[in-house]
Design a protein around this ligand. Structure first.
Ligand code: RI2
Length: 307
C-alpha cells in the first residue's frame, strides 16, 4: 500500500503530471498493488484493489485519462485470485502500451498538418502536442515554437527545455503576451485533459483565452488528444469538474493578507467552435465527431460506475 500511496501523493502534488502520464502512473500503481497484496480470496482481492483504485481516482478530479485508465484496468476477469491478479496486471500493461502507441501515432498524424516554416504556439507542457512538434521537426520541416510560461506552475519551462534538447528554435513568452504574438503564429497546438461529448476542450488554464485570440486572428487551433481523454461521463450529461488548486501556488504569502483571497482554477473550457481539429490516434477529426469517439472507442457501458 505504501508504494500506491506514494504514487497517489506524487500525482496530487503534480510531481507526476500531464494527463497521459497520470493515467499510465495510476495503471502501473494498481498493477504493482494487485501483484503485491496477499488477500485470503478473490472477494478480498476485489475489495482491496477497489479501495486502491478509489485512492488514485481522488487525486486529481479533472483529467479523464485517470478515470478512463482506472476503469480499463478494473475491468479484469478471472474466477480465482491468481487469474484475477494476472488479468488486472495485463489490463494495466495494455493501457500503458496503448497510451504510448497513441502518443506516437498522434505525432505522425498531427505532424502532417504542420507546414515547412510554420510558427507554432503551444501552452503548458503536453507530451502529445510535443509529439506532433517533434515528429514534424524530425521529418525535416523547419519550424519555430512560441511557448507560454503557463503560470502558476510554469510547465512552459519543461516545454522549452524539451524543445531546446531537440534543437528546435523556441521563444518563451509570458501568458499575457499571446495576443501580441498571435499574428506571427501559423497554428496553435495544445494537449487536452478532457474532450467532452460536444467536442469542447478542457485544458490548462489560459487555453480558452489563447483559442479566442487565435479565432479572432484566423489562426488554426489544433488539439492533440488520445481517445482515452474523451469523457463518457459528459455523454451522460455530467459536467467536467474543474480542479481548484492551492492559493499558495499563485501567491505564496497569501496568509499575510487579510482581505484577499486567491482563485486558482487549474483548467478552463474552450468551446468546440474555436477548435479546427482534434488529432487522435484514430485520425484527425472535427470536434463535432467527439460523440462518435466516445460511442465507438470507449463503449456505451462506460455509463457504469468505475468501482
Ligand atoms: P499530455 C496538463 O495538465 C496540461 O493541461 C496539458 O495540456 C495536459 O495535462 C495534457 O498533457 P497538468 O497535469 O497528456 O499540468 O498531453 O495539470 O502530456
Amino acid at each position: 500500500m505504501n508504494d500506491l500511496l506514494d504514487t497517489a501523493e506524487k500525482i496530487r502534488s503534480m510531481e507526476i503530471r500531464g494527463a497521459a502520464l497520470i493515467g499510465r502512473a495510476a495503471a502501473g500503481a494498481l498493477k504493482e498493488f494487485a501483484l503485491s497484496i496477499e488477500p485470503l480470496g478473490i472477494e478480498e482481492f476485489r475489495a482491496e484493489v477497489g479501495r486502491a483504485a478509489e485512492i488514485l481516482l481522488n487525486t486529481r478530479p479533472t483529467a479523464v485519462s485517470l478515470s478512463n485508465a482506472i476503469r480499463m484496468v478494473m475491468r479484469y476477469g478471472g474466477e480465482d485470485l491468481e487469474s484475477a491478479r494476472r488479468s488486472l496486471a495485463k489490463n494495466a500493461d495494455d493501457f500503458v502500451e496503448r497510451s504510448l502507441l497513441a502518443v506516437e501515432r498522434i505525432g505522425e498524424i498531427g505532424s502532417r498538418r504542420v507546414r515547412e516554416g510554420d510558427t507554432i504556439l503551444t501552452h503548458c507542457n503536453s507530451s502529445v502536442a510535443l509529439s506532433i512538434i517533434k515528429t514534424a521537426f524530425d521529418s525535416g520541416k523547419e519550424i519555430k515554437v512560441i511557448a507560454t510560461e503557463s503560470r502558476p506552475r510554469f510547465q512552459g519551462h519543461l516545454t522549452i527545455k524539451a524543445l531546446d534538447d531537440w534543437g528546435i528554435e523556441t521563444e518563451l513568452v509570458v501568458d499575457s503576451a499571446v495576443r501580441t504574438v498571435i499574428n506571427e503564429v501559423d497554428q496553435v497546438i495544445v494537449g487536452a485533459d478532457v474532450i467532452t461529448a460536444s467536442g469542447s476542450l478542457v485544458n490548462k488554464i489560459g487555453t480558452a483565452a489563447i483559442a479566442l485570440a487565435a479565432h479572432e486572428a484566423r489562426t488554426s487551433f489544433m488539439v492533440a488528444a488520445e481517445t482515452y481523454k474523451f469523457s463518457p461521463e459528459t455523454l451522460m450529461g455530467e459536467l467536467v469538474p474543474i480542479e481548484m488548486r492551492a492559493a499558495e501556488e499563485v501567491y505564496p504569502e497569501i496568509s499575510d493578507l487579510k482581505h484577499v483571497r486567491v482563485r486558482n482554477p487549474a483548467f478552463d473550457v474552450t468551446p468546440h467552435q474555436y477548435i479546427d481539429v482534434i488529432c487522435t490516434e484514430v485520425g484527425a477529426i472535427p470536434p463535432e465527431m467527439s460523440y462518435l469517439v466516445i460511442k465507438e472507442m470507449l463503449g456505451w457501458e462506460m455509463e457504469g460506475r468505475i468501482l
